[in-house]
Design a protein around this ligand. Structure first.
Ligand SMILES: [Zn+2]
Length: 118
């Protein structure tokens, strides 16, 4: 049986978390794969986006860890805006041919976070 996710909210993610995420995704948007910039105001500006949206969180209180690094992925501004509050897998499948690959890589990223959160 799997351990339940901890009912703890880690709302702030630090610079280390961002760097780890950027390293894992090779400095690219986890969805479209464009090269991210840390400068603000560009279509490819880095945003640490909520994989499961904050709105979805209020529907299911079990998703209280929503703001933590294991729900945050490096996305370009364009993808973040387009995805908005759509359930992540639904949005990815509607937009990308290699959806399975994208989803698997993101899921592995969250598994890796779980290993290091204690
Ligand atoms: Zn993107």
């Amino acid at each position: 049986m799997e351990n339940p996710l901890p009912l703890v909210e880690y709302t702030n993610i630090g610079e280390g978390d961002k760097l780890l995420a950027l390293h894992y995704f090779d400095g690219k948007c986890c969805y479209c794969g464009c090269k991210l910039t840390r400068k603000y105001g560009f279509p490819n500006s880095l945003e640490m986006e909520h994989y499961i949206s904050v709105d979805a969180q209020s529907v299911d209180s079990d998703l209280i860890i929503n703001g933590s690094i294991n729900n945050r992925v490096p996305s370009c501004r364009t993808c973040n805006r387009q995805k908005s509050n759509t359930p992540p897998e639904q949005w990815i499948r509607s937009k990308f041919k290699n959806a399975d690959e994208i989803i698997e890589k993101i899921e592995m990223f969250f598994v890796m976070q779980e290993e290091f959160l204690w």
